[in-house]
Ligand binder design. Sequence first.
Ligand code: ADP
Length: 612
Amino acid sequence: MSEKMEFQTEVTKLLDIVINSLYSEKYIFLRELISNASDACDKLKYWSLSNPGKFKQEGEFKITVKPDEKENTLIVSDNGIGMNREDLIKHIGTIAKSGTAEFVNNAKDNGSVVDLIGKFGVGFYSAFMVAKKVEIITRKAGEDKAWKWTSDGLSGYEIEEAKRDSNGTDIKLFLKDDAKDFTDSLYLRHIIRTYSDHVEYKIVLDLGKAGEETVNTASALWTRNKGDITEEQYKEFYHHITKNFDDPWMTLHFKAEGSIEYTGLLYIPSTAPYDLFQPDRQQSLKLYVNKVFVSDKIEGLMPAYLRFVKGVIDSSDLPLNISREMLQQSTLLAKIRQGTVSRILKELKKRKADYDDYLKFWEAFGTAFKEGIYEDFSNREEVAGLSLFYSTNDENKLTSLDEYISRAQAEQKSIYYITGDDVPTLRNNPQLEAFKEKGIEVLLLTDPIDEFWTQTLTNYKTFAVKHISQADIDLKIERKEKRAPEGSLTKLTSLMAEMFKNEVGKVEVSEKLTKSPAALNVAAGQMSIHLERLMRNHGQQTAFASTRILEINPYHPLIVKLAEMIEDETNKSEVSDVAKLILDQAKIAEGEAVSDPSFFAEKMSEYILKGM
Ligand code: ADP
């Protein structure tokens, strides 16, 4: 008895995109099916080795591709883990990955297939680019029943009991009329060699009477010698394990020998994945023990800040028959991590020499990478040294800390930074005026993460790392302009302090401002205004809000004038209006909202009109 089922809505949409696409690289379906078949063999290999005695695999693992020119069909078979009824319903017919489902929901036109493939790969569903009907016959290892799943990719699918002699899966494609090419053995051989050569199981082309022929090299790519692997093969393997369609920005293949032996084949993609900033920050390196795939969810194999690194770690020194939890805690794993991290950092250091090239990496992953400055205790300085920042030095080029140091002034002992929402606003922050005047470079930091690493990286090499509010050098500037008289200034600061007592803790005369009449600051050592704002935006109460300091510029004509006016009682209400506007200006320059927008707007118009 066959049972009719509906696809999940997202799957219907995805299939609609896949079937109706004019995507020309239809042959990718074969690499997707072979990739699934290889994963299925991986899973069974691990399962039977970690549960000894439960299951015995007959013969070696292999993947068979069988074309039938007369029937216009193609069968891709494996003797891997197989699927039972629940697996079929859960894995084929629903999209588990939240990002893919979301993306599909938002995809509008047929052109999206390229994007879809680019971002997620469409996996099994790509079969419908070439097939008008797909039939799966599968039997799960260790179970007696087999199942048949059929679908035309349009009207849901059917499941019924079936027969299969042993565990594994056959995916039979009833090819569309315009997909006859995929029964041509020459063409198939070519596609398999090009895109699936790295698969570690034999891929056999079954040509019926003409016999069987193994098409690929069938040895795990990372176990081969570097010299025997072409760049294309490295790339294809990258596509296979990441399901990404971009090219890797970095490929790192190494064998570590010593107290523990392991091989790594690692990649850094050239584009950031959609889930780089998911809260779980899961790493996803695939761990193999002596070529047996264990898991791609081993915490502790890669630190979170390097979660974008993809690839394989294989070690024959790790035990296979312990639980993943125990493996995670093993000191051997920690050693592998340390060794691998330092290789990655070393490689990044080499690549950093070429600014334009390195910038590609930085733009994709820099924000995540910087998490390492406060997370990776033992490599803190190295990670900081590999990071790039905007600064007041060059609008068009990011700087490293070492470059900053090389430009520092003779008496300068600190690297200065300021934090805020965006670079253009920061560049005009009044707090920077004295630094600009003195030619002291300041880093302009705008990522939320910057608020955190700056708390932990108090020194870099021989330099302290300091917020500009904690500058310990003399920022006094030679002045030729008129300064407001001391007595009136005192009156003005006390008036403002009284007026704004709910908003600022102190009003001070500052020698550091050149262009602006006033600026907001916080006392040394307190949480920056930017961090406070970030926390507020995340709904976190800032119980210990920092004390704001309103600094006024005694040389600014506006302050000079105000100081003059304060000496005459009849100006009282105007002085108070202008004082309010001055505070508002300072707030705006900090990226903060003004306290009373309608007052601000009204007074601005009034004064603009006066000036016109
Ligand atoms: P992905 O491979 O990215 O998970 P697919 O759509 O290609 O997505 O496959 C969905 C799921 O179906 C797989 O994760 C796997 O659980 C199952 N599957 C697909 N092909 C096979 C196969 N040949 N053998 C066993 N399970 C399979």
